[in-house]
Design a protein around this ligand. Structure first.
Ligand code: MV4
Length: 491
């Protein structure tokens, strides 16, 4: 593989190209009209405009992307995450064009994309699953009978859903019928597939996922877990590796289960197996994500493995160069997702120009982003500005580094979730490691972080930036008062 096209934008496109460059692999970027000057376009060896801003007219145009790849003699297409990354038809078209799809087979994507077929598939491997129905429920009285056997509360899930979309909690038998009807009609309108199933509702779980790598020769390894319980409306906000609650034995057991899930569908490439862990430390398989995930960097930091390089090597047909015994966890990593959203206003997207944009740096700090100062955060795509990742010898050091890095990060022009990240790092429940998926709904309100008007913050940030750049005596005199103002506004 000498040249790859990255069918994505933003931080992940850049992330993929960096590894390709280290391997001497040429890169092709695609971009929409609003992304013409984006870093991923400048970074690539070649770049092609594919259409107007809306994803449906640009980054989702599978056939157009493939024809560009053919024109430019591309050997492989990396889909990143989102967009076409878990679209089995796209993967199939790429293969039919004689190009390597850097990811699993279309069959594996389709099997894992349907939650019921995934559960049916892994059943042969003795993998723990939440008690529930194996098949789509159709008949209400029968479903109600099953729900009573399982015991309320139960959860109704859409088979075509995933990531929390199309889920409904039912607390009492009396609510079952109406909730089931709502779930089915929601599933039909959201996914064009009304198949739903029921599971026992695990009330206070942790969300733990295992990273796996599989080559084309049947070798599969796991790269330990990521703890992803800190999420808001199924949007992860803080991830870390390793989890503070897994014993060595439990980690090995979950890792082996994840390997078996990958084997059940003949998986190839990098993938993630999601589990719930209940209060008694019992774990249950939920679903498999057949792409590189947003939070993959925390795994890279604690294992030293470049997951994108591995994806490319696997795509070339190489064997994994290491076995399970070669992999060790070293240190601790945390990722905070930085969104252009206003945590004071229910996380409304706050798009605009990054008037000032200064990344933190120094030991143990990694920033994966796709923006530069002066750029506009476009309204057309996901409002994630960057992923701030810190690494330390242990959890405390990575938390201390994250606090420092958040404080050193300067974004002026749009509201960001950085103060929200600081709130999590300072919270006793997070610091102690004792939390579950309800962390934010339990502890966070808009009032949890100090309010400062956008104008106040901008003025404070500009003064602070000026002071840092200007070491004159005069500025030293005002330093104390402006400095305290700056702190107050940020904390
Ligand atoms: C569950 C669950 C509890 N019990 N299934 C959410 C994402 C998707 N992959 C599956 N998810 C869950 N499935 C059973 N049987 C809890 C979650 C869940 C969750 C649910 C409500 C609110 C936040 C959540 C965060 C992570 C996981």
């Amino acid at each position: 593989m000498k040249k790859i096209l990255v069918a994505n934008r933003g931080e992940i496109a850049l992330r993929v190209m960096r590894s390709a460059k280290e391997m001497g692999v040429k890169t092709v970027a695609i971009f929409s009209e609003v992304d013409r000057c984006a870093p991923h376009v400048k970074y690539a060896d070649e770049a092609v405009c594919i259409g107007p801003a809306p994803s449906s007219e640009s980054y989702l145009l599978g056939s157009k992307i493939i024809s560009i790849a053919l024109d430019l003699n591309v050997d492989g297409i990396h889909p990143g995450y989102g967009f076409l990354s878990e679209n089995p038809e796209f993967a199939q078209l790429v293969l039919e064009a004689g190009i390597e799809f850097i990811g699993p087979s279309p069959e594996a994507i389709a099997l894992m994309g349907d939650k019921l077929s995934a559960k049916a598939l892994v059943k042969a491997y003795d993998i723990p699953m939440v008690p529930g129905t194996d098949e789509a429920i159709q008949n209400v009285p029968e479903a109600k009978k099953r729900a009573k056997e399982i015991g309320f509360p139960i959860l109704i899930k859409a088979s075509a859903g995933g990531g929390g979309k199309g889920m409904r909690i039912v607390n009492r038998e009396d609510d079952f019928e109406i909730q089931m009807k709502l779930a089915v009609s929601e599933a039909v309108s959201a996914f064009g597939n009304g198949a739903v199933f029921i599971e026992k509702y695990i009330a206070s779980p942790r969300h733990i996922e295992i990273q796996i790598l599989a080559d084309k020769h049947g070798n599969v390894v796991h790269l330990f877990e990521r703890e992803c319980s800190i999420q808001r409306r199924h949007q992860k906000v803080v991830e870390e590796a390793p989890s503070s609650v897994l014993s060595e034995d439990l980690r090995n057991e979950m890792g082996q289960c994840a390997i078996n899930v990958a084997k059940s569908c003949g998986y190839v490439g990098a993938g993630t197996v999601e589990f719930l862990l209940d209060e008694d430390k019992k774990f249950y398989f939920l679903e498999m994500n057949t792409r590189l995930q947003v939070e993959h960097p925390v795994t890279e930091m604690i294992t030293g493995v470049d997951l994108v390089k591995q994806q490319i090597r696997i795509g070339r047909g190489e064997r994994l160069a290491f076995s399970q015994n070669d992999l060790k966890i070293s240190g601790h990593a945390i990722e905070v997702r930085v969104y252009a959203e206003d945590p004071h206003h229910d996380f409304m997207p706050d798009v605009g120009v990054l008037k000032s944009y200064k990344r933190p740096g120094g030991i143990g700090v990694r920033v994966d982003d796709g923006f530069e100062e002066g750029m506009e955060v476009p309204i057309h795509y996901d409002p994630m500005i960057s992923k701030l990742i810190t690494y330390g010898e242990n959890r405390k050091e990575s938390i201390d580094r994250m606090r420092r890095a958040i404080s050193d990060y300067q974004v002026v022009g749009v509201s960001t979730t950085l103060p929200f990240g600081a709130f999590v790092m300072d919270h006793p429940a997070f610091v102690s490691g004792d939390f579950d998926t309800h962390f934010l709904s339990k502890y966070f309100t808009g009032k949890s972080i100090p309010s400062a008007s956008k104008e106040e913050k901008e003025v404070a940030a500009w003064f602070a930036a000026k002071l840092i750049n200007d070491h004159s005596t005069a500025s030293m005199i005002v330093n104390a008062s402006v400095e305290s103002q700056w702190r107050k506004n940020r904390k």
